[in-house]
Design a protein around this ligand. Sequence first.
Ligand SMILES: [Zn+2]
Length: 114
Amino acid sequence: MHELSLMESVVRQLRASAAENDIKKITRVLLVVGKMTMAVPDALQFAFEVLQKEDELLKDAVLEIRDEPIRGECRDCHHVFDIENHEFLCPSCSGPNVKIVGGRELYIDFYEGD
Ligand SMILES: [Zn+2]
């Protein structure tokens, strides 16, 4: 499962950062997930629940997920826009020369703990 391996790497980052900052318990995590990652938020939640069980650091943590839209930039007129429904045409000049500039990200925006 794609999402489980993604969450395993998120949890690894959380562990490393918590150890560095002497945090014993994480209470809240905000994860930013671009739509280009094709990761399903429900599946990420489920993967997190699996990983946080029996884990002192993470067992009380609440995972919040923020979706980031796919962003395109027109190579002709440099207009930047959100791509919806796989509509890869520039809404400004109707040109087809659009490159993807956002939506691939998956990162921890912040977490809270003590
Ligand atoms: Zn354009």
